[in-house]
Write a protein that binds this ligand. Structure first.
Ligand code: HEC
Length: 183
């Protein structure tokens, strides 16, 4: 057995352990934004089975998650992306700083739709046939990137909560597909 090879194996095993703990070894503002994104991700994951009617619906949980996402959206989100903070362990694309106004608009849109989800929480779920669900989701076909809509806060507040949830998760994916590289 080659001694050098053994050392390399040991090193890479500990590197894997470290990355599992700290998002690929990210530090500073990059770690901060990954943590903020993860909080939102956990919130979304928590709501998925509820929105699908697989677990009991709780308006209080929806309101709490909506408030959490809203808190991390808009100005708070963009403040975690100072110019030049890409590269290294970050998977943020440099297009963020080339298309800053579009990036900020998506962050602002997330604040609006998450706030709308909180307001719609008491409307409860509407069982939608697949066809209508796709229409309300606003994406024209499977596989194409969903477009951002321009529904107002008042309009969102009147919608079934699962339809607004779709808007929230689409806002996440629209930004990711444009401004985040695949890991
Ligand atoms: C305005 C753009 C934008 C919006 C909106 C957005 N994200 Fe992100 N997200 C990013 C970018 C860019 C990264 C990559 C950050 C990096 O690697 O530096 C990211 C990374 C992530 C990550 C990975 C974090 C890690 O540990 O590496 C998760 C999870 C995530 N986002 C969840 C969400 C969820 C859930 C939403 C919606 C509720 C959302 N994001 C909304 C831009 C966005």
């Amino acid at each position: 057995m080659n001694f050098k090879k053994m050392t390399i194996c040991t090193v890479s095993a500990s590197a894997i352990a470290a990355s599992a703990l700290a998002h690929g070894g990210a530090t500073g503002i990059v770690k901060e934004r990954m943590d903020a994104m993860s909080i939102m991700g956990d919130g979304i994951k928590q709501l998925v089975p509820m929105m699908q009617g697989k677990t009991e619906y709780s308006a209080a949980t929806v309101k709490a998650v909506a408030a959490e996402i809203e808190k991390h959206a808009g100005e708070t989100l963009v403040a975690l992306f100072p110019e030049g903070s890409g590269g290294g362990s970050s998977v943020a694309k440099s297009e963020i700083w080339q298309n800053w106004s579009e990036f900020s608009e998506m962050a602002a849109r997330l604040a609006t739709v998450s706030k709308g989800m909180g307001l719609a929480a008491d409307n409860g779920l509407m069982a939608m046939p697949k066809k209508n669900a796709a229409m309300m989701g606003g994406s024209s076909a499977m596989g194409t990137a969903p477009m951002m809509d321009s529904l107002s806060l008042e309009e969102l507040a009147e919608m079934p909560v699962n339809a607004v949830f779709t808007k929230v998760s689409q806002t996440c994916s629209v930004c990711h597909s444009k401004f985040r590289t695949k890991k």
